[in-house]
Design a protein around this ligand. Sequence first.
Ligand SMILES: Cc1cc2nc3c(=O)[nH]c(=O)nc-3n(C[C@H](O)[C@H](O)[C@H](O)COP(=O)(O)O)c2cc1C
Length: 207
Amino acid sequence: MKLVGIVGTNSDRSTNRQLLQFIQSHFSQQAEIEICEIKDLPAFNEPEDKTAPAGIQALSDKITQADGVIISTPEYDHAIPAALKSVIEWLSYTTRPLIDKPVMIVGASHGSLGSSRAQAHLRQILDAPELKARIMPSAEFLLGRSLQAFDEEGQLAYPDKVKELEECFDEFLLFVEITNQLVKDHRFKTEQNRQFSWETANGGNHE
Ligand SMILES: Cc1cc2nc3c(=O)[nH]c(=O)nc-3n(C[C@H](O)[C@H](O)[C@H](O)COP(=O)(O)O)c2cc1C
């Protein structure tokens, strides 16, 4: 199982990065997880030729080649950070690698709610037809008080949270398997969604 883990922030000091690093090492026997950074990617600006910048293309290729994606999002003003939204806009406007891709959303926040509002926001965004990610339903992993959550070796210090994460990850592995089988057999409007353009749009399910 090959997964991509996207650090949903451009901050150098991020507990969401620590969370993904913990996931990468804790589940190394079950999946190979490549952690991808967004901090050097340019802000989205609607390019005339619809070409993705090199960094976006590289991220997009990794997503395409992966069996699934984990996104770890901080919460800024009850939503996802602008840097993460910008990357998603690039992917939506150019290469669309998230169409039919199994995605697990996780997140960490300094306060007690563990990025719950940002996660709900991200779920709504990824559900847009141009993105059409297959987001694992009825599951969320919220890590509150994240500044105190990791020890010096990067281990998650809350045993109940480790157990919860293990259950969530097991469920995700099954979800990836089932979803990839389902979309391989059916390809629900995949090409139509990939070819869609806002410039020539006339309704459909893209409004
Ligand atoms: C501009 C800004 C807005 C923030 N808004 C929230 C918020 O709405 N809710 C929250 O729990 N933490 C908020 N925070 C605090 C933390 O940055 C946030 O908990 C974040 O999820 C921590 O993730 P990180 O350690 O990966 O940077 C905010 C921080 C900044 C800089």
